[in-house]
Design a protein around this ligand. Structure first.
Ligand SMILES: O=C(CO)[C@H](O)[C@H](O)COP(=O)(O)O
Length: 136
């Protein structure tokens, strides 16, 4: 489940009871990601962590070894049909390089015209820490 909601803490148990096997929340929506990750695990689900376009991977990185999947939003949360934000791909590159075994997803604007840009970014990357400041 991708929970694009405020106060994601309140839906952990209901989603587990409903049969969800993975709970993805937005880093921006909680003040205590560590406690939420723990709660999701204790409720028997995998953990996904999403970031909005305006959030750098710098904020996600400290949690990367505690989660099963990182989700890079390629549109602003709100509604479907928005334009794919190709400038989010460096985030995917960097995550793939730094955390090779981490599942990575993107969400928004993906279709026949943009999926190849995603595929390129998900491949192994030579982007290094020296390029970190370019990732927005
Ligand atoms: O809720 C969303 C964004 O708020 C959707 O997950 C996203 O926009 C997917 O829709 P589309 O494929 O049309 O971009």
């Amino acid at each position: 489940m991708h929970m694009m909601v405020s106060r994601p803490e309140q839906w952990v148990k209901p989603m587990a009871v409903a049969g969800a096997n993975q709970y993805t929340f937005h880093l921006e929506a909680t003040e205590n990601p560590g406690a939420l990750i723990k709660d999701i695990r204790e409720n028997g689900m995998k953990v996904g962590l999403a970031i909005k376009p305006g959030t750098t991977v710098e904020y996600l990185a400290p949690w990367a070894n505690q989660i099963d999947m990182a989700l890079v939003m390629t549109v602003e949360p709100g509604f479907g049909g928005q334009k794919f934000m190709e400038d989010m791909m460096p985030k995917v590159h960097w995550l793939r390089t730094q955390f090779p075994s981490l599942d990575i997803e993107v969400d928004g604007g993906v279709g026949p015209d943009t999926v190849h840009k995603c595929a390129e970014s998900f491949e192994g990357s030579t982007l290094g820490m020296k390029d970190f400041s370019k990732i927005g």
